[in-house]
Design a protein around this ligand. Structure first.
Ligand SMILES: CC(C)(COP(=O)(O)OP(=O)(O)OC[C@H]1O[C@@H](n2cnc3c(N)ncnc32)[C@H](O)[C@@H]1OP(=O)(O)O)[C@@H](O)C(=O)NCCC(=O)NCCS
Length: 207
């Protein structure tokens, strides 16, 4: 099936759990270090995070449906409005402590705080782009990215920014092919040591 034959639509509240499951699966290499032995709680925490982002983070999510409309094959979040960081941080902290206990919650908060991004009014920010492994290399990420850029244009944004880890060659190739250019890099000793991430590249595209 061609990517064009799959439906891309705005996420509904009842998609949050499926989005969370995709994100945990797609970023397992990083989340394994964040959640440790409590990996079973990761989807619950991520679901709460996605829900909070929709409610207070100025983020909308797009999904691409799989073979049936109940099946979500991929998703992306795009921030086009001001984020209520205080509400987000409080809600996430509550979910982390409830599910992981205070010590692991402190640890998770530290690791999840990378990469840092200061939002710019004229820029939309793309996050957690992920496609289920069995649907990859069919052009779905390219379609979701294009749909996210349309939302950014509709919101009057001039640029779209995102972060990608330096070793994620597949994603880097996708972004470069879609017109994103590197603006800067950031690294952290903690992330290099505990997440095995040497650097994040901040990429930007003019709309
Ligand atoms: C990165 C990811 C989103 C790509 O999704 P996808 O639907 O397979 O990507 P597409 O089919 O739209 O690929 C478009 C282009 O990107 C490049 N690309 C995508 N994945 C690639 C890979 N694994 N290796 C090399 N190039 C790749 C190719 O140029 C591809 O075009 P082609 O297939 O015609 O050669 C997917 O692999 C994924 O979910 N990975 C885990 C989560 C993640 O890393 N997300 C990115 C966070 S910044």
């Amino acid at each position: 099936m061609e990517a064009e034959q799959f439906t891309v639509r705005l996420a509904r509240p009842d998609d949050d759990q499926a989005i969370a499951a995709l994100v945990v699966e797609g970023f397992m290499d990083q989340f394994r270090h964040v959640f440790g032995a409590k990996m079973d709680r990761a989807i619950k925490i991520m679901e709460r995070w996605v829900c909070l982002e929709h409610a207070s983070g100025g983020v909308r999510s797009l999904v691409v449906e799989g073979y049936a409309d109940a099946e979500i094959a991929g998703s992306v979040g795009i921030r086009t409005e001001v984020s209520r960081e205080d509400i987000l941080a409080r809600g996430l902290w509550r979910s982390l402590t409830r599910n992981l206990g205070i010590l692991r919650a402190v640890w998770a908060t530290m690791l999840l705080s990378y990469p840092t991004y200061s939002s710019v009014a004229s820029e939309a920010y793309v996050e957690r782009l992920v496609i289920s492994p069995s649907f990859r290399r069919q052009g779905m990420a390219r379609r979701l990215l294009a749909a996210a850029e349309d939302l950014a244009r509709d919101a009057g944004k001039k640029t779209v920014g995102l972060h990608v880890t330096g070793n994620n060659l597949g994603a880097l190739r996708l972004y470069e092919a879609e017109g994103y250019v590197e603006v800067s890099r950031q690294s952290s000793i903690i992330a290099a040591w505990f997440l095995d991430i040497r650097e994040w590249l901040y990429l930007k595209k003019e709309l």
